[in-house]
Write a protein of this length. Structure first.
Length: 446
């Protein structure tokens, strides 16, 4: 009976591990037929945590009393679709005013909460997006841990080992059932592998929430208004909501989420143009891609789907999963090396060209385990043969006797980690409704 509350609470807990819950800001909608917008935030605060709890949760250090996770959930007016958009914590925006005549103040969007609590966070999101927030939910670290434990754990998946000393994350490749502590580490990690930062973390949060909701739906936890009402009442005992959020609102939200097909639930992250915009006194920030983010907010405001909208996510001719500029490539042909350099690779010519070239296409020999980078290079060399080499440090291209065509590739971090995608595309293998692998041992906090 508490499962919907837990699911919504978990939904609100995205990122810092702080349990974020959509708090109701008002019961009215953004306009006739425009749907309902719910802002879910997780607070980075260590207030009230003992030293032992901080060690157990791996949340040492000083909290900022700011929002570490922010997700805007849009329910369509006919309740047939949900769009969940993550707003990275370091987004550089203009805050809403706290008093008449106050000069404009810019900063990271997570700092709005520190300056004016939930109300200012809401107004700042409204100012940045042009959307009206109807409901607001808020929570913190220990609530997230308990919610996941109440659900019997969560499913997390990765195609490579993930390790982050800051969050305590340490999992092997594969699908894992994690307890609340382990899941908290998974959703908080910001320094993982070769793609650090919020976009990868946010995508992991979206996957975790997606799999939890799928499992609850498959188990029938959200199958009727009566059970949803009981869960909503339980939710009101543990989640902060504002005075304008009614029990009816929570029932409608929960039951609507439980009835949606996976292809009618969308996840996305605000498109970013600058990933390390330095601002004196503020630090490293993220600057939104103005046309693409404007298209995102306009689609939500018009109650339209965000997947498939090329204004939000352009479709490049040859997308690649990693940045070619950081791939060291040695080529035994000067012309091919020059063409790869023009396509964005860090390519050099490796010695004189051989007197006789073997028949066939180019052969790429690459360090074993760096498959994504190899795939990026292969995309630029159509037909190339890939050969992993365990002891190799660089990427070597041996040109064969066949003519070589170098293709221009497009790397976009927004595409890799935050492009709009439906829930069925984000779900872990083995999640509810999909073939399950052999059970993996539960991964607890280490």
């Amino acid at each position: 009976m508490r499962r919907l509350a837990v699911a919504l609470t978990t939904l609100a807990t995205l990122g810092t591990g702080a349990l974020l819950v959509p708090q109701a800001v008002s019961a009215h909608q953004a306009g006739p037929g425009r749907g309902t917008n719910i802002l879910v935030v997780g607070i980075d605060s260590r207030a009230g945590l003992s030293a032992a709890e901080k060690r157990r949760l791996h949340v040492g250090g000083k909290g900022c009393n700011c929002t570490d996770v922010m997700m805007l959930v849009h329910l369509s007016a006919d309740l047939s679709r949900a769009s969940l958009v993550s707003i990275p914590r370091d987004s550089y925006v203009e805050y809403a005013s706290t008093a008449a005549g106050e000069p404009a103040r810019w900063g990271k969007i997570n700092g709005a909460y520190a300056h004016g609590g939930g109300p200012l966070a809401v107004r700042t999101v409204e100012k940045a997006t042009g959307l009206h927030v109807d409901h607001y939910l808020e929570t913190g670290f220990t609530g997230f841990e308990q919610a996941v434990n109440d659900l019997g754990g969560a499913t997390v998946c990765t195609d490579r080992p993930l390790k982050d000393e800051n969050s305590g994350l340490d999992v092997t490749a594969g699908v894992h059932r994690t307890d609340g502590n382990g899941t908290l580490r998974y959703v908080r990690a910001r320094h993982v592998n070769q793609r650090p930062g919020d976009l990868g973390r946010v995508r992991r949060q979206q996957r975790m929430v997606n799999d939890l909701l799928a499992r609850l739906t498959a188990e029938g936890a959200l199958n009727g208004p009566a059970s949803t009402a009981r869960t909503a009442r339980a939710l009101l005992k543990s989640v902060r909501t504002d005075a304008r959020t009614s029990l009816h609102d929570l029932i409608r939200i929960g039951w609507s989420l439980g009835r949606l097909r996976a292809d009618r639930t969308e996840f996305a992250t605000v498109p970013i143009r600058l990933f390390d915009h330095r601002v004196p006194g503020v630090g490293s920030t993220l600057v939104w891609d103005e046309p693409r983010s404007a298209a995102l907010w306009e689609a939500l405001g018009a109650d339209r789907p965000i997947t498939g909208d090329t204004r939000i996510q352009p479709v490049p001719q040859t997308p690649v999963p990693t940045n070619p500029a950081v791939i060291p490539v040695r080529v035994d042909d000067a012309a091919v090396a020059a063409a790869l350099t023009a396509s964005g690779f860090a390519a050099t010519t490796a010695g004189p060209a051989p007197a006789t070239r073997p028949a066939g296409p180019p052969v790429i020999t690459y360090p074993a385990g760096r498959d994504e980078e190899a795939a990026t290079l292969a995309a630029a060399l159509p037909g190339a043969v890939l050969r992993p080499a365990p002891k190799q440090a660089a990427f070597d291209v041996a040109v064969g006797g066949e003519p070589v065509r170098v293709r221009t590739v497009t790397y976009d971090r927004n595409t890799v980690d935050g492009a709009p995608a439906t829930a069925d595309r984000l779900r872990c293998a083995g999640a509810a409704g999909q073939p399950a692998p052999a059970p993996a041992p539960a991964v607890a906090g280490r």
